[in-house]
Design a protein around this ligand. Structure first.
Ligand code: HEM
Length: 502
């Protein structure tokens, strides 16, 4: 009798557990009796404040959005792995390059830059190519773009540049009058503008796009030798961009074409792959370049490159918000064996991403599965909103005589000799135009035509003739043929660009 009572009890508990699993609950776990009707005072009376289910639903709904990224808001991501090509420990201590065949899990987010989270993926823009490597030394983020250079070389200009490119504060529409006004006073952008107005500014697929770290970084080996490096992802699918007429056509059919393509191909088992290449320069070799090798508006031209590994993307996120939206990539997420170079743009980025993510994702962002390092996290950072880290010790400070958690000198930053004075000056030898000319001349005739078409299309929306002339003059200084064709397409008399002094 007793035992059958027990069975009854267990069955009832199990039944109620499975019933609970089926029943809608409030966030405190208690079952909801009616999810269709609010509680009212009588048939025609007002809704009562005591309807905690109604109030919780409305409150939670109103708080579903976190701030969208201030730039690169529209994106899509995928998981995968990086496999090292060989042992590169002669160059770097970094874990992903420690031995041939070593596998490091990764998460990649591709993005457009300027427009908001739901904007069409067809719009002309550089494309973000951000990779998080989950290594045993901690997370390393390589936060790059699909173009090798950038518009500006000093982070102090970034907020102004982005304001000029973002929709107008009055009309909420992007306006070439505003961004060409800015760029007409920023000749350093000539190279990047040429890249972004080429068809590479409208990729056909994220799978068919290269990626660039853009900045120089430092690789450091276990002897403390320092080399400058630049990273490039090369798509094994090849590079494919949309021509101007294709952009209009695809935009009409499917303005989510990049996300749809990535998801479709990965779901079908066609896993996209990229090879990672590095260019390596010793500090002495950097000094000998005839441009500034730390200038983010420049590529390192004609420098040999070596393949250091291959990345495969093989799993799409199971939830967009949890993974892609809450992912926080930051150039400051560095690991042993890689340090920032003195590039002024990169130095600003080291601050900006970690800072915006404290606001966008919160102080405990590293506890979220997508951002959580595989490496153990041992420190005394604590508390803050939405903290799930259990602290079960009375010691939350260092140094302490009671717990042996301490720093380790082998991970100290590398010593670098300094010379000069504290100053506020532009870089020496900016050479604003020459690499734009090299890129222009490398294009085939069709791509040159498309570039002139794309660029003149936006320049012709500029009302101020002086701004147009200044812009076309920059492209003329990059390459005469480029400037002359652009002058024709923008109806500017040639003598206005050939005679004008800058
Ligand atoms: C995203 C700032 C230059 C690539 C962002 C975000 C900020 C930012 C605030 C949003 C981050 C977030 O909410 O998680 C800056 C500043 C720059 C700069 C201040 C210059 C000083 C660059 C450059 C590149 C780049 C040169 C490429 C090499 C990206 C990418 C993302 C991003 C790929 C999106 C990351 C993701 O997918 O979450 N940037 N940026 N940015 N930036 Fe920059």
């Amino acid at each position: 009798m007793r035992s059958s009572n027990n069975i009854l009890l267990i069955t009832t508990v199990l039944a109620s557990a499975s019933l609970q699993a089926q029943t809608i609950t409030r966030d405190n776990g208690s079952p909801v009796g009616d999810n269709q009707n609010s509680i009212t005072a009588g048939a025609n009376g007002p809704v009562l404040l005591q309807d905690v289910q109604l109030i919780q639903k409305l409150q939670r709904f109103a708080r579903e959005r976190i701030p969208e990224r201030v730039v690169h808001a529209r994106g899509t991501g995928a998981h995968g792995e990086f496999v090292a090509e060989s042992d590169f420990s002669d160059l770097t201590l970094s874990a992903p390059f420690a031995e041939k065949g070593k596998i490091t899990p990764v998460f990649v987010r591709f993005s457009t830059v300027i427009h908001s989270k739901g904007s069409p993926e067809t719009l002309r823009d550089p494309r973000g190519f951000a990779t998080k490597f989950y290594t045993e030394q901690g997370n390393w983020d390589l936060v790059g773009n699909n173009l090798p250079v950038f518009f500006i070389r000093d982070s102090i200009k970034f907020p102004d540049m982005v304001h000029s490119l973002k929709p107008s504060p009055i009309t909420n529409i992007q306006d070439p009058n505003r961004f060409f006004d800015f760029f007409s006073l920023e000749p350093s952008a000539t190279n990047m503008l040429t890249w972004v107005y080429s068809n590479l500014g409208t990729p056909a697929s994220y799978r068919m796009m290269d990626g660039f770290g853009v900045h120089a970084y430092k690789w450091i080996n276990n002897k403390g030798d320092v080399n400058y490096v630049k990273f490039q992802w090369k798509s094994r699918q090849g590079v494919k961009s949309l021509r101007p007429n294709e952009v209009a056509e695809i935009q009409g059919k499917d303005f989510n074409h990049l996300t749809n393509d990535l998801y479709k191909e990965i779901k079908a088992g066609n896993y996209p792959k990229w090879d990672l290449y590095v260019k390596v320069l010793s500090p002495e070799q950097m000094d000998k370049l005839n441009y500034n090798g730390l200038d983010a508006t420049k590529s390192w031209l004609n420098i040999p490159e070596k393949k250091v590994g291959t990345m495969t993307l093989n799993r799409i996120p199971s939830n967009f918000f949890l993974e892609t939206e809450q992912a926080a990539f930051a150039p400051s997420n560095l690991i042993s064996g890689i340090e920032p170079s003195e590039d002024r743009l990169l130095q600003g980025r080291l601050f900006a991403y970690a800072d915006t993510q404290l606001h966008r994702v919160g102080v405990n962002q590293f506890q979220l599965p997508i951002n959580r390092p595989l490496a153990p996290v041992n420190n005394y950072n604590q508390d803050g909103f939405s903290n799930n880290a259990k602290i079960d010790s009375n010691i939350n400070y260092e140094p302490s005589n009671q717990i042996k958690l301490s720093d380790d000198p082998q991970y100290k930053s590398i010593e670098t000799k300094l010379h000069g004075v504290i100053q506020q000056e532009g870089i020496n030898n900016p050479r604003d135009f020459y690499q734009a000319g090299i890129f222009y001349r490398s294009l085939n005739e069709q791509d040159k035509k498309d570039l002139i078409h794309n660029l003149s299309g936006d320049l012709n929306k500029v009302n101020d003739e002086e701004i147009k002339i200044k812009m076309v003059r920059y492209f003329y200084l990059a390459d005469e043929n480029y400037g002359m064709r652009l002058a024709k397409a923008t109806h500017i008399p040639l003598e206005k660009i050939t005679n004008k002094r800058i």
